[in-house]
Design a protein around this ligand. Structure first.
Ligand SMILES: C[S@@+](CC[C@H](N)C(=O)[O-])C[C@H]1O[C@@H](n2cnc3c(N)ncnc32)[C@H](O)[C@@H]1O
Length: 746
């Protein structure tokens, strides 16, 4: 269950450092004891030759982990016996060369198995792997002379004593940690076995018996027992079920118990429960009660993973590479120092980032020199990763609709040294592609309900209601349409869109993708390149069938991969599609979104511009086509911003040689009138509300001024002034001519 998995490595790939740990222990001890584990490299090789079933793989991983603490045990020794050997037994350094070779293969040979580089079917195989390799190498080569970074990660044979001591300290810490984890796991497994044994002796307990004690809080232990009993009965309802009780009765009881035990609303519990079998749903709810492992991402713009690991080990941090699937992640087990305040952190050598949020960027695989859009980017974990993968070349537009969040984004961009990034603050639904388009790649890490990150934000359990599950997917669809329309299908290197959420519900994932497939037949789902890590997207759900390629999208769950719940879908834009092919009638937008206006807007667009699909206007929540001309997306809240913009505008007009007063006083349609509602996308903070109130005030004042200009006597002012302008211009021109003539005569 979730608890037992807590500190497991993330994802299926085997830990990278186990042979290395053993090897380093051997080095440290220099002992001459029997070396069964010294041949671990050989064993791995022979294992690789032998066919290994999928089920065996995790076992092997556990055994390897155990081997760190009990190296004298045979590799496939009984799990329980290993755990009774808490202290590491030193092993001599035989076969070092082979160990080292293996270490290298395991740790950095990411080209086999699931890796960033080998993931993408077409463009990423070379691109990303090369990139990553280069990242590592380039930084190492440029600034590692004389450094002691190899201690944990290197195949360097000439480690100094000091280095070895440092490494040993980390390894010891790690071993201790693994020992404790394993012990806890064993105890839990034992308890579960006993529980199961007990349960099998009790045929079909009466779970419907009233357990409540009046006036008292529910007994959580009894409740939990009833949950497990109900799940067991549901597994074999015919034999264990009570007479007169249907499956629906059991589900109802179970959901009520889940709500009481874990604190979910019935609405959300049911929604999440329906994604799994009862047994797996229980595992999911359990996993949401425990935090995911702490992970940091190495910023390869400033350092490399080895150097960073060594620097943090020197500070007493116990860590190891996050898994074979990433070359930049480090999982932190223990840290005596706050990870958000180390000198390395402040110098931008790493960012605290959940492992699952590496995945959308890996799927997007931005290439150097490309133009990339991160539509909803704050606080910038993914933006800065993109920037690093692009090696600070090309351009990343990092947009976010929330101003306070955009500030955090800017902070991260500066700290991590991203120089190819431009921050914008707009409502991406309407800003793109109108303001900027033609990108090689677009990432839409969409705002979502957060049902994948309940362990981080338990508030989700009670705060998300039915309305959220209509409004948020609706916004996600609008954003994804805008993302698609912002990509250049003819891009030589890209033409890709990645859609991701940190939510596990179908409404926010497969259903959104299905919707855009209907609306934009010029995109298709392609392989994310993330290998077997995670599970395929759903092909059907509650009677709805999805595109067959939906299986190429990936889902990640806390109880399966020990990462935050996540969804990743990669789309390839193949063409600019004529508007005439739109099938708006298939719209699954909420009733209010009024596909009628969308249709008329779409047909209007088709007459405007030789049927370029990408210009299909996007409708707002009310079904109204957004008024791009009004510059609606760019609503600036601060009065000083408004003033600054006005000043800039006056200067611009002056540079043209015109009189700003005359030009600006011409009656004009108010921008704010055309502004689409954005409140749903980003709920305003108090600070924002105050600012909005202030800006509303100033806008109203502005409106008032305009009215006087239009209706009042000043009406004529602009006309008079523009005449004056013309006179001034003519005068200036005359003067210039005179000057020229004088010069010529001289
Ligand atoms: C899941 S978070 C993005 C996390 C970010 N990609 C990262 O890795 O750090 C979603 C973001 O979408 C932003 N957002 C919400 N509505 C938006 C909209 N209409 N346009 C642009 N951004 C929006 C929110 O402010 C929020 O920062």
């Amino acid at each position: 269950m979730g608890v037992g998995r807590r500190m497991k490595k993330q994802g299926p790939p085997a830990p990278l450092d186990e042979s290395k740990i053993t090897m380093l222990k051997k080095r440290k001890s220099g002992s001459a004891e029997a070396p069964p584990k010294a041949a671990s490299a050989k064993r791995r090789r022979s294992d690789a030759d032998e066919p290994v079933t999928k089920k065996d793989a995790p076992k092997k991983k556990k055994v390897n982990a155990a081997a760190n603490v009990a190296p004298t045990k045979p590799v496939k020794a009984d799990k329980k016996k290993q755990s009774t050997k808490p202290k590491p037994v030193p092993v001599p350094m035989s076969d070092d060369d082979e160990d080292m070779e293996d270490l290298d293969d395991e740790e950095f040979g990411d080209l086999d198995g699931v890796s960033e580089g080998s993931m993408d079917s077409d463009d990423r195989v070379e691109g990303l792997s090369d990139l990553e390799d280069d990242d590592d190498n380039s930084v190492i080569d440029s600034d590692d002379e004389g450094h002691t970074r190899e201690a944990m990660f290197s195949d360097d044979e000439d480690m100094s004593d000091a280095e070895e001591r440092l490494t040993a300290a980390n390894i010891e810490g790690l071993s201790r940690k693994l020992d404790l984890e394993q012990q806890a796991e064993e105890e839990e497994a034992e308890a579960e076995l006993q529980e199961a044994a007990l349960q099998t002796n009790i045929a079909g307990p009466d779970v419907f018996a009233d357990q409540s004690q009046q006036g008292l809080a529910p007994d959580l232990q009894l409740l939990r027992q009833r949950i497990t009993d109900t799940i067991r009965i549901m597994g074999d309802l015919k034999t264990l079920g009570q007479a007169g009780k249907s499956r629906a009765d059991y589900i109802d009881l179970l959901l009520n118990d889940i709500c009481t035990y874990y604190g979910y609303t019935r609405f959300l519990a049911e929604k999440l429960f329906n994604l799994f079998t009862p047994m797996e749903a229980f595992a999911f709810f359990e996993a949401n009660e425990t935090p995911r492992p702490v992970v940091i991402r190495t910023n390869t713009l400033r350092t490399n993973r080895r150097s960073l690991a060594q620097a943090l080990i020197n500070r007493g941090v116990v860590l190891e590479p996050v898994g074979k699937w990433s070359k930049v992640g480090l999982q932190v087990f223990e840290s005596p120092v706050p990870l958000g305040a180390t000198p390395e952190y402040l110098a931008g050598h790493y960012i605290l980032q959940a492992a699952s949020s590496f995945l959308p960027v890996m799927a997007l695989a931005p290439q150097p020199n490309e133009r990339v859009l991160d539509m909803a980017s704050a606080p910038g974990g993914k933006t800065t990763y993109m920037s690093a993968l692009m090696r600070n070349t090309g351009c990343v537009i990092a947009n976010d609709a929330s101003k306070p969040r955009a500030k955090g984004l800017i902070g991260n961009i500066h700290r991590l040294g991203c120089k190819n990034t431009v921050v914008t603050h707009m409502d991406a639904r309407t800003a793109f592609p109108k303001a900027l388009g033609g990108f090689d790649r677009v990432l839409l890490d969409a705002p979502c309900t957060g049902t994948g990150v309940i362990s981080k934000d338990p508030g989700v359990k009670t705060s998300k209601n039915e309305r959220d599950f209509l409004a948020i997917p609706h916004m996600q669809r609008q954003l994804l349409l805008a993302a698609i329309d912002s990509v250049d299908h003819a891009s030589k290197t890209g033409g890709y869109i990645v859609y991701s959420t940190c939510s596990v519900t179908v409404e926010e994932n497969e259903a959104v993708v299905q919707y855009v497939l209907r609306k934009r037949p010029n995109v298709k789902i392609v392989d994310t390149g993330l290998g077997d890590f995670g599970s395929p997207g759903f092909l059907s759900y509650m009677g709805k069938k999805f595109d067959a390629k939906m299986a190429l999208t990936r889902r990640y769950f806390p109880h399966r991969e020990n990462v935050d719940g996540f969804y990743v879908c990669k789309l390839k834009k193949t063409a600019v599609t004529p508007v005439s092919k739109t099938d708006d009638s298939a719209s699954s937008a909420p009733a209010k979104s009024g596909s009628k206006s969308a249709r008329s807007a779409a047909s209007a667009a088709s007459t405007d511009d030789d049927e370029v699909y990408d210009k299909t206007p996007i409708v707002d929540e009310n079904g109204d086509a957004a008024d791009f001309e009004g510059g609606a997306f760019a609503s600036f809240e601060d009065p000083e911003d408004t003033e600054r913009i006005a000043r800039a505008e006056r200067n611009r007009i002056r540079r043209k040689g015109l009189n700003p007063k005359g030009v600006l006083n011409k009656p004009k349609k108010s921008n704010s009138e055309a502004a689409p509602k954005t409140s749903e996308s980003v709920p305003p903070t108090k600070e924002e509300e105050n600012k909005t109130a202030a800006s509303k005030k100033s806008t109203n004042e502005g409106k008032g001024e305009k009215k006087t200009v239009v209706k009042g006597k000043e009406d004529k002012k602009p006309v008079t002034k523009s005449k004056e302008e013309k006179k001034t211009e003519a005068k200036e021109k005359g003067e210039k001519k005179d000057k020229k003539a004088k010069k010529a005569s001289k």
